[in-house]
Design a protein around this ligand. Structure first.
Ligand code: NAP
Length: 284
């Protein structure tokens, strides 16, 4: 069996089209959605991510406000900037690019962002909303993964889903979203004794580890849906995921590629959260 490819680029383009329509509808009411993106330091990967996020905003007609700050920025200074943006009615979403320099506590920063503008969905109020099944902003990567899974048309009720990884930003919210969709969920991590024993019985596997070839062909149930969140580099420096794509695609029913799978959907869901924030808050 050769798995069907789940095309994240195509789905992200559809999502962006829908967001652009919502932006236009708000524009007709005199509201221009705005996303503030804060970059602290000069990490080259972060600079690329931020550039993409700003370009995405502009492509759908949103206003983006990029603030660059030096790596030496004091925590108090950053918190003050976040508070000022919280109070700015023209800013509907605030994103502080991670990782932050050592002197800044990322949790303090996340907790300072108003939950109503926390379009990354990392604030404990939004994470808690997901936990108890209330409306809130969902973390963009797992939210995007759910959209990718939905395109298969497979009803999730009763299926066994295995999430590999338990980070606050990917693994844990992913598990909660799958649980909410009525899958039976297993969460694996570095202390899991026999990862393959879990993945072999899974109808859905989401790999969010950050290590190449974590999921091999012999670890996958025939026909399974495989979502690869990982972003790693191979020996040649080429971007690759956590899944051994060549081997797993011969066993799985559906698979996301890297690049072109989860990455574009993470970016698209940030736009969805931002338009939602603007629709909730209303005019400046
Ligand atoms: P993270 O915070 O480092 O978490 C990695 C998780 O993997 C941890 O829970 C860790 O377990 C687990 N793990 C490590 N080795 C393992 C093993 N041998 N077997 C099973 N589990 C293992 O990383 P993250 O932020 O969740 O990101 C994961 C990957 O996704 C990274 O490659 C990241 O770059 C990528 N990512 C991609 C996107 C995108 O848009 N495509 C977005 C976000 C992240 P412990 O908890 O026990 O340490």
């Amino acid at each position: 069996m050769t798995a069907r490819l789940i095309d994240g680029n195509a789905l992200a383009a559809c999502v962006r089209g829908e967001v652009a329509q919502r932006v236009a509808a708000l524009g007709a009411r005199g509201i221009r959605p705005g996303l503030a993106v804060l970059l602290v330091g000069d990490d080259p990967a972060s600079a690329v991510y931020v550039r993409h996020k700003v370009a995405d905003c502009e492509a759908v007609g949103m206003r983006s406000l990029l603030e660059r700050h030096p790596a030496s920025m004091a925590q108090a200074e950053l918190l003050a900037r976040v508070q000022a943006l919280n109070a700015d009615p023209g800013v509907h979403g605030i994103l502080v690019q991670m990782p932050l320099p050592r002197q800044i506590d990322p949790l303090r920063v996340i907790e300072t962002i108003s939950p109503a503008k926390d379009v990354d969905g990392f604030h404990v109020a939004n994470a808690g909303a997901l936990m108890v099944g209330r409306a809130g902003f969902k973390a963009c990567t797992p939210y995007g993964c759910m959209k990718l899974i939905e395109t298969t048309g497979v009803p999730l009720r009763g299926l066994h889903a295995v999430v590999i990884g338990r980070s606050n930003t990917v693994g844990k919210p992913m598990a909660l979203m799958l649980l909410q969709a009525n899958a039976t969920v297993t969460v694996c991590h570095s202390g899991t004794a026999d990862l393959a024993a879990h993945t072999r019985s899974a109808d859905i596997v989401v790999a969010a580890v950050g290590r190449r070839h974590t999921l091999r062909g012999d670890m996958v149930k025939p026909g399974a849906i495989v979502i690869d969140v990982g972003m790693n580099r191979d020996e040649a420096g080429k971007l690759c995921g956590d899944v051994d794509f060549t081997a797993v695609r011969e066993v799985a029913g559906w698979i996301t590629p890297v690049p072109g799978g989860v990455g574009p959907m993470t970016r698209a869901m940030l736009l969805v959260n931002t338009i939602e924030a603007a629709e909730r808050i209303g005019p400046a």
